[in-house]
Write a protein that binds this ligand. Structure first.
Ligand code: SAM
Length: 222
């Protein structure tokens, strides 16, 4: 049980999504066999939708793992989007590098090695889309950096924001996860109550939030 939605609904929605083939299917099998956490099927489809709608040229990802979502995001627009992705686990970095090389995507996907917060603090540049999928207990700390790095019309997507339902329900929350839950709530409150932002939280997968900046142009300027 995901703790996010009814099992029958989750199963039905997953069944609607056609199975991947080729590279993505291979990586999904590897992740399953080796218990590597990658984005859920419906989250992957949602990312593809966001990318197709927004056509981002530059995407920043927090949390590479084996490179599955980075490769998926690059392939969505046939290689148009350049991905910069941050990972601190050396074993994952090795696997992701091998996968990126295997599929000839070295010029399209760059891995920044280290802790997200430390890298974000020193990162410059502008990104059309940012996908947060690492360090659930630190999204609130990553947020100011992500907003600084996000282009004016960029999109900030965060995965796992409902964290198996624990963020919304005291009954589901476990004592060991209290800090993560508290900080995730803080993240959701920050992006929901900021007058300059619009955020929608979607109870799908493990909970996804989508944040954009409010449009400030007056009608005279249009
Ligand atoms: N986005 C990947 C995908 O769907 O293919 C999955 C990412 S996995 C859920 C999260 C990854 O973030 C793990 O590989 C973990 O090692 C990494 N991670 C967790 N906290 C981190 C941090 N503070 N800095 C850098 N990497 C971190």
């Amino acid at each position: 049980m995901s703790g996010i939605t009814h099992d029958y609904m989750e199963q039905y929605l997953r069944e609607l999504i056609p199975s991947n083939t080729g590279i993505l299917e291979d990586l999904e099998k590897f992740a399953l066999e080796n218990r590597v956490p990658i984005v859920q099927k419906e989250t992957a489809k949602f990312l593809e939708l966001m990318i197709t709608m927004n056509r981002p040229k530059k995407i920043l990802e927090l949390g590479t793992a084996i490179g599955y979502s980075a490769i998926l995001m690059n392939l969505t627009l046939g290689g148009l989007s350049e991905i910069t992705t941050i990972e601190r686990d050396e074993k994952m970095i090795e696997l992701a590098k091998a996968n990126i090389k295997k599929y000839g995507l070295q010029n399209k996907i760059t891995i920044l090695q280290g802790d997200c917060l430390e890298i974000l603090e020193n990162l410059t540049g502008e990104y059309d889309m940012i996908f947060m999928d690492a360090g659930k207990g630190h999204y609130n700390h990553f947020l100011p950096h992500c907003l600084r790095l996000l282009k004016k019309q960029g999109v900030l997507i965060a995965d796992n924001v409902l964290f198996r339902g624990m963020v919304a329900s005291k009954e589901l929350a476990t004592r060991r996860k209290v800090t993560i839950i508290k900080r995730m709530k803080s993240y959701l409150e920050l992006v929901s109550n900021n007058d300059e932002l619009i955020t929608s939280v979607i109870p799908m997968g493990d909970g996804i939030s989508v944040t954009v900046r409010k449009c400030k142009e007056s009608s005279e300027e249009e």
